[in-house]
Design a protein. Sequence first.
Length: 68
Amino acid sequence: MAKYQHQKGTIQDNALQALLHDPLFRQRVEKNAKGKGSYQRKPKHVGKMVREAGDKVMQSVFLSPAFC
């Protein structure tokens, strides 16, 4: 059996209960690979939008190589 370094204080009364409250057994959210909730959108138009201060979005027409 592998040794595990317990991270949440000292084990006093019940070792199994202490391990259940350890980060080792925390709840995790699994991302579906197939089926419902698995669709991942690809980043669309990554370099075309430029954010300015004040949450305004401006087209980066001046940054395209055609005008340089």
